[in-house]
Ligand binder design. Structure first.
Ligand code: SF4
Length: 221
C-alpha cells in the first residue's frame, strides 16, 4: 500500500513497522545491522526528520543516539521538551555504507515508510534536519542554508527546516551563521508553532461548543 501526501488512509502503523523491519527493497538492506524505524512518540504533535542512520543508530536500532542525538536532546531540553513529546525518524531507515548520502532511488524505495509515519501522526509541526529531509517534505530542490529561517505550510503542518545536528557538530559557519545557534533559534520557532497549534485547537473546541450552544438556543425559539 502507498501512503501519499493526500492519502486519506490512516495506516496501521504497527503493520507498516513490521513490514519495514524486514524490508529488502533497496541495496541499503545489504549493509545494515538492523532497520532503524523511529524513536520517541509517534502519537506526538511534533515530528523530527533526519537523513539516515549512522554507525551508532545502526547498532542500537534507534535514530539520533550518538553525539548528534545528544545535541538534539540538549537543545530540545532548552525548549522544555524531551523525546516522549516528539517522534524522531529518518528519510531512509537503513544505514548508508560509510555514512554516505542516501541515493535518490534509495529515498524513493523508502518513501512509503516515511509517508506512513506522516499519515499516522498528522503532526502540527515538522522539523526537517538537513538537506534530504527538507527536500523530501518541501518537495523542492533547496539547500538547508537557504531554506531555514522561515516556516512553510506542507501536509497540514508547519514545517521548520534547520541544520542537521551532525553537520552542526562538524563546526564551521553556514552562510555566516553558527549552526548550533541557528538550530537553537529554529527550535524557539518550533515552540511558538506548537503553542499556536494548541491555541488553535482550543479555539476550535470552544467554537464547536459555542455552535452547539447556539443550536440549543435556536431550538428554544
Ligand atoms: S532503506 Fe528503506 S527501502 Fe531500503 S531496505 Fe531499508 S527500509 Fe527498505
Amino acid at each position: 500500500m502507498t501512503y501519499g501526501p493526500e492519502g486519506a488512509v490512516r495506516p496501521d502503523i504497527d503493520a507498516v513497522r513490521s513490514e519495514a523491519l524486514g524490508c529488502t527493497k533497496c541495496r541499503l538492506a545489504e549493509g545494515r545491522t538492523q532497520v532503524v524505524w523511529a524513536d520517541g512518540n509517534l502519537d506526538a504533535n511534533l515530528l523530527f526528520i533526519g537523513e539516515g542512520p549512522g554507525f551508532h543508530e545502526d547498532k542500537h536500532g534507534l535514530p539520533f543516539v550518538g553525539a548528534a542525538g545528544q545535541l538534539l536532546d540538549r537543545l530540545l531540553g532548552e525548549i522544555g521538551l524531551d523525546r516522549s513529546q516528539a517522534a524522531i525518524v529518518n528519510v531512509v531507515k537503513c544505514r548508508p555504507p560509510g555514512n554516505r548520502d542516501p541515493l535518490p532511488d534509495e529515498i524513493e524505495a523508502c518513501r512509503p515508510y516515511l509517508e506512513a509515519q506522516l499519515a499516522h501522526m498528522q503532526p502540527d509541526v515538522i522539523v526537517t534536519l538537513g538537506n534530504f529531509a527538507t527536500q523530501f517534505i518541501l518537495d523542492q530542490r533547496i539547500g538547508i542554508t537557504r531554506a531555514r529561517g522561515r516556516r512553510y505550510d506542507r501536509r497540514g503542518a508547519t514545517v521548520i527546516p534547520t541544520f542537521h545536528p551532525a553537520a552542526a557538530l562538524r563546526g564551521g559557519r553556514f552562510g555566516g551563521t553558527n549552526p548550533i545557534d541557528a538550530i537553537r533559534a529554529d527550535l524557539q520557532e518550533v515552540k511558538k508553532a506548537l503553542e499556536e497549534a494548541a491555541r488553535a485547537r482550543q479555539g476550535e473546541g470552544a467554537n464547536a461548543v459555542g455552535t452547539e450552544d447556539h443550536g440549543e438556543q435556536l431550538g428554544l425559539f
